[in-house]
Ligand binder design. Structure first.
Ligand SMILES: [Zn+2]
Ligand SMILES: [Zn+2]
Length: 261
């Protein structure tokens, strides 16, 4: 028997398997999220460069400092991918994947990763590096990203800007066409769009409440406890993930049962 090498896991595995099933899935998820995260941070850095260059000198300096953090996070993640890919290549008896990019190589080599004794460290470092990238993109300027602009011009072309809101007020604005939005309204619209997207229970409940669906976090936790509500997936840190549809279905069911009783 071999125990899982991911920190604090210790799940017993068959001989020679160093990463348990759940953590192998976690690794697969993380590798799958990395391209998107890298795109977002590259965008953010490009945008900060733009705003930094035509802003005033003091705000420009600040933007630059924040930008360095974002760039650092991006470079760090890319370096870690390269380092782990090289390390794994040394243990790879096959020559087939010598020339593929690190992320692709790691993604195609999960079975091999599950047999090396540094599997847990690899998962740990990559998830931490990914978390840093995501955090840098989010906290960049104290703004909340509300997704793509909803504006369509007279010719039917969609605006390519993003709607951003400041953390401290409810106004929101497009980065390109500068259209003003009501942050709550945008959030409600996004909920209808993201009905099937997974998020932690508290986020899903908050989103539903914003859309005036009568549900409390206490009730939702009870549904989980009683087994009415089961997570569809798990986040990098093990947080259980649900969809708004799922929670709302249970809520309707519960409401219906109560009426019937
Ligand atoms: Zn494990
Ligand atoms: Zn716009």
């Amino acid at each position: 028997m071999t125990t899982c090498t991911y920190h604090r896991c210790d799940t017993p595995n068959p001989d020679g398997i160093t990463l348990c099933h759940a953590d192998a899935q976690r690794l697969r998820d993380i590798l799958g999220w990395i391209p998107d995260a890298l795109n977002t941070i590259t965008d953010t850095v490009a945008r900060m460069d733009r705003t930094g260059s035509d802003g005033g000198s003091s705000s420009g300096d600040h933007a630059e400092a924040v930008n360095v953090d974002a760039l650092d996070a991006k470079i760090d993640l890319e370096e870690k991918l390269g380092t782990w890919a090289r390390m794994l290549l040394d243990d790879d008896p096959s020559e087939d994947l010598r020339n593929v990019a690190p992320l692709t190589y790691l993604t195609l080599s999960i079975d091999l990763i599950r047999t090396v004794d540094y599997a847990g460290d690899l998962l740990d470092e990559l998830s931490e590096a990914l978390r840093k990238v995501t955090r840098a993109a989010d906290t960049q300027t104290g703004t909340i990203q509300l997704g793509p602009c909803l504006n369509v011009d007279d010719d039917g072309n969609h605006c390519h800007g993003r709607i951003q809101s400041r953390r401290d007020n409810n106004g929101a604005r497009c980065t390109e066409c500068r259209a003003n939005y009501d942050a709550t309204e945008v959030t409600q619209y996004r909920i209808s769009e993201s009905w099937h997207r997974t998020a932690p229970l508290s986020t899903v409940v908050k989103a539903l409440r914003l859309a005036e669906v009568p549900v409390t976090i206490h009730a939702a936790k009870q549904w989980v406890k009683r087994g009415h509500l089961e997570p569809l997936a798990h986040a990098i840190d093990g947080t259980a993930l649900y969809t708004a549809k799922q929670v709302d279905d249970v809520r309707r069911g519960v409401t219906r049962n109560r009426r019937a009783a």
